[in-house]
Design a protein around this ligand. Structure first.
Ligand code: GLU
Length: 552
């Protein structure tokens, strides 16, 4: 099952008392974010069998079972599935034993007679998050992908080894834990937040802030590294940065989102600022979140500082066209690629994965060019209509219902099926890690334009290159967002605002230039487009590093 926000937690409850099973079931049933998928086992053996058979995110464990008792129960589950977090559910009499299990590696214990919905859900969430902190920081699949892409480019370009080592990890990272108050006044949540600055050589650092339940230091670091190459590729005077908070924002009220944002802004305020590091929207954040960050920072300074963030509302110094800039950029680049590939766009079909800011705008601008949009998706569903989907009708439906689920003018398909549809242009504009070794040979597009960051693995790249798919890699395809962010920063620092025409025309010429430099490099050296784009970016950063020299 997939929820609207994609946040599902699979819990295995190993417990022989049907009353307690019923209680846990009732407490977890109403939660929407996350949604819990609960499995039960009445004996240790049945529990181990289920752990073996199905993927489970965490275990709720009673230590006293018909076929096992005391610490032994914990140790056997632990040694069977060492990576899975375990929370002990205990009676008041056995609390000492439960505490011993925590010492031995269980994440937490809960007293059965004191269970409440809040205490249970929080304990489960924290258990999973803490395990992720231990296992996933730095060593995340995304960070490994970013490093491997960089190493591949470094190898092709014969990059100086000192610089290679220097660029492989971010220059500065800030990890914070921050509390914020729920609307229920006595409930305070503590969450993890990050701001990572990859390179401080080129000017201030620049990059978005993401709110998502999977955010980790490794993921934010990968995204910061990609921002460095992206900014350098389009010749912006920035190094790369990224920030994030590990939380599902769809489960928060607007008041909670505001308190969380203001506290996070305060926590990172020592390292952000118009000359230091300039945040922007990313997945799960928007112009309203940017307005709160700008206000919090300005309150701390005692005067208004519009240039501390980009992607703000227009009335606070936002740039015209920034909101739709990433999607617009994707389509400008598709137009350039289509010219090169001699594809007539008015005869082409397109599939767009993701209907957030990037996906919906890319779909809109493509359909305005006469491209037939045959598939779109969001976290709830994919929609397919081989006769073409109507953008006004899709936008109206989403404005009313928030998600695409139930949209009547097409067939409902899964996100996996959507990616494999036969089409001319495929735009992954949702999450990372979508096109992998597993599905790459079933991808049927001619042109792949990566609106999302990191949607394609290196293994998939190889398959796609062999199949002759033309790739507009993420650091090029979605660079329109940060380019207009740069325009916004320039406008704010000069107190001089541009027209929408000026913004769009400058955006187009910057992206066209980056596209042709990348294409020339790819053709001259027979690199794939991703490697060529990476080398364009890495080379510029490396030149800047050499020009500045090493201090002291
Ligand atoms: N979050 C966007 C990106 O990944 C934009 C960053 C910015 O505008 O600074 O490129």
């Amino acid at each position: 099952m997939n929820t609207a926000s994609g946040n599902t937690v699979k819990v295995l409850l190993i417990e022989d008392n049907p009353i307690h099973v019923g209680l846990v079931k009732t407490l977890l049933a109403e939660s929407k974010s996350p949604v819990f998928q609960l499995q039960f086992a009445g004996t240790l053996q049945a529990g181990l069998n289920q752990l073996d058979a199905a993927s489970v995110d965490m275990v709720l464990l009673d230590l006293t079972l018909p076929d096992s008792e005391d610490l032994d129960t914990f140790i056997r589950v632990r040694s069977f599935a060492p990576a899975i977090p375990i929370v002990i559910v205990t009676s008041l009499d056995d609390i000492k034993l439960a505490a011993k299990a925590v010492e031995a590696g269980a994440q937490d214990y809960l007293v059965k007679t004191q269970l409440s919905r809040t205490s249970l859900i929080r304990s489960i969430r924290y258990a999973i998050e803490r395990t992720r902190v231990r296992d996933a920081e730095w060593d995340s699949p995304m960070f490994r992908l970013a490093q491997r892409q960089f190493l591949k480019a470094a190898q092709f370009m014969g990059l100086d080894d000192n610089i290679r080592q220097r660029l492989l990890f971010p220059q500065r990272t800030l990890v914070v834990t921050l509390p914020f108050r729920r609307d229920h006044y006595t409930e305070v949540e503590t969450v993890f937040g990050y701001r990572v600055q990859h390179i401080l050589t080129m000017g201030p650092t620049k990059g978005g802030i993401r709110y998502h339940q999977d955010v980790s230091l490794g993921e934010v670091s990968a995204l910061a590294m990609w921002m460095s190459w992206k900014c350098a590729l389009v010749h912006l005077p920035f190094g790369g940065a990224k920030g994030g908070v590990r939380i599902d924002p769809t489960g928060l009220t607007s008041h909670e989102l505001q308190r969380l944002t203001r506290r996070f802004a305060t926590e990172i305020s020592p390292i952000i600022g118009p000359e230091k590091d300039i945040p922007a929207p990313d997945m799960g954040t928007n112009e309203r979140v940017m307005a709160w960050i700008m206000d919090t920072y300005s309150q701390e300074k005692g005067y208004t500082v519009p240039a501390v963030v980009t992607g703000k509302p227009l009335v606070l110094g936002g740039a015209r066209g920034r909101n739709e800039a990433t999607g617009r950029g994707v389509v400008y680049l598709i137009q350039e690629a289509a010219k090169h590939l001699k594809m007539n766009l008015s005869e082409c079909t397109a599939v767009v994965q993701g209907f957030g800011n990037v996906g919906s705008h890319a779909a809109l601008f493509l359909s305005e060019l006469g491209v037939k949009l045959i598939g779109v998706s969001d976290a709830t569903t994919g929609i397919y209509n081989r006769h073409g989907l109507s953008m006004p009708s899709l936008l109206e439906y989403v404005a009313k219902n928030r998600f695409l689920e139930g949209y009547p003018e097409g067939d409902q398909i899964s996100n996996e099926e959507l990616l494999e549809l036969k089409c001319d242009i495929l735009v992954p504009a949702a999450l990372q890690n979508q096109i992998t070794a597993e599905n790459a040979d079933r991808i049927q597009c001619k042109l792949l334009a990566e609106g999302a960051n990191g949607p394609t693995t290196l293994e998939a790249d190889e398959v796609l290159n062999e199949k002759g798919v033309f790739i507009l890699p993420d650091i090029l395809a979605n660079a329109g967002g940060v380019t207009v962010s740069y325009f916004e920063w320039v406008q704010d620092t000069q107190n001089y605002m541009w027209t929408l025409e000026e913004v769009n025309q400058r955006l187009k010429s910057i992206l066209k230039d980056a596209f042709h430099r990348t294409l020339n490099r790819a053709q001259k050296n027979q690199f794939d487009m991703r490697t060529a784009a990476m080398i364009e970016g890495v080379e510029r950063v490396s030149q800047a590093k050499l020009a500045r020299g090493l201090y002291p």
